[in-house]
Design a protein around this ligand. Structure first.
Ligand code: HEM
Length: 271
């Protein structure tokens, strides 16, 4: 927001800007290393593929394939893909401590479908509707990006009676959808039943939008969903999580880059 103003104003954000610069520099070094042995016939990763695109579009400066963009996009993947998934797992373990009966039902499903002799795999997910529903409910209640990311309108836009001029910063309120009282049976309670039909089969819900939607929907949605399933089910396969004796798990949160539970202690007892 107002990047030119932020650069001029003194304050703690200066440190963030400086550290961000260092990270960009680090990625720049990696890009240079890639250039040394880059083989267009054998791209090894995202940086190699981007370098190929740069070569293809070298006469089209408007295409956006330049080193600066490559560094920022590479860093975006790390920034967008780490704290989001870990914060969701923090909420997940917290809710499992708070609702031990739900945790026990997830473990029961894991025991039946996966057993103890192998790790869960993504192909198990379709056979584990309860676990899947619990993960969806963790994401709904966790609501880790409550007002989504800031975007800018690329053209004059009319939404019902509202005219939004080109170049306006807009954010969409994901909280209003994830807790919509006309969509969810018990919007403010942790209830995996939101994602289960009468027969206990998994059911999708249109108002489940933690990854947003549309053209700028989360690029990593499929990866994140895989990670959440694998980490969550593997952890519960091996451990039962409970609060330390005499502690009532608290849903208090910090609101920073994400909506995150306050640091908490848990006991992990082998299952
Ligand atoms: C639980 C995990 C995650 C959640 C809840 C989440 C949520 C979101 C949301 C709400 C947006 C903004 C969409 C919009 O502006 O309308 C977004 C964007 C994005 N996410 Fe995720 N995300 C998660 C994990 C990941 C992962 C694992 C990656 C990749 C490694 C990733 C990469 C991105 C990128 C690159 C964007 C920007 C897309 C663009 O600007 O077009 N995310 N994410």
């Amino acid at each position: 927001m107002l990047p030119w103003l932020m650069r001029l104003l003194p304050g703690p954000h200066k440190r963030i800007i400086a550290l961000w610069g260092k990270l960009i520099e680090f990625v720049g070094e990696k890009v240079n290393e890639h250039k040394v042995d880059h083989d267009p016939l054998n791209p090894r990763d995202y940086i190699d593929c981007f370098l190929d695109e740069m070569e293809k579009h070298k006469d089209d400066t408007a295409a956006g394939f330049d080193v600066e963009n490559l560094c920022i996009c590479t860093l975006d993947l790390f920034v967008a893909g780490t704290e989001t998934t870990s914060t969701t797992l923090y909420w997940g373990l917290l809710y499992m401590m708070k609702y031990p009966e739900i945790q026990a039902k997830v473990q029961q499903e894991i025991d039946v479908i996966v057993g103890g002799s192998r790790q869960p795999s993504v192909s198990d997910r379709d056979n584990m509707p309860y676990t899947n529903a619990v993960i969806h409910e963790i994401q709904r209640m966790g609501n880790i990006i409550p007002i989504n990311l800031a975007r800018t309108t690329s053209e004059d836009t009319q939404i019902e009676k509202y005219s939004i001029p080109k170049g306006t910063m807009v954010t969409s309120n994901l909280t209003s959808v994830l807790f919509d009282e006309s969509e969810w049976e018990t919007p403010h309670s942790f209830n995996p039943g939101h994602f289960l039909d009468a027969e206990g089969k998994f059911r999708r819900r249109d108002a489940f939008l933690p990854f947003s939607l549309g053209k700028r929907v989360c690029l990593g949605e499929q990866l994140a969903r895989m990670e959440l399933f694998l980490f969550f089910s593997s952890l519960l396969q091996r451990f039962t999580f409970s609060p330390p004796a005499g502690v009532e798990p608290s849903l208090d949160y910090n609101l920073g880059a994400t909506h995150c539970p306050q640091p908490y202690k848990l006991c992990a007892v082998p299952h």
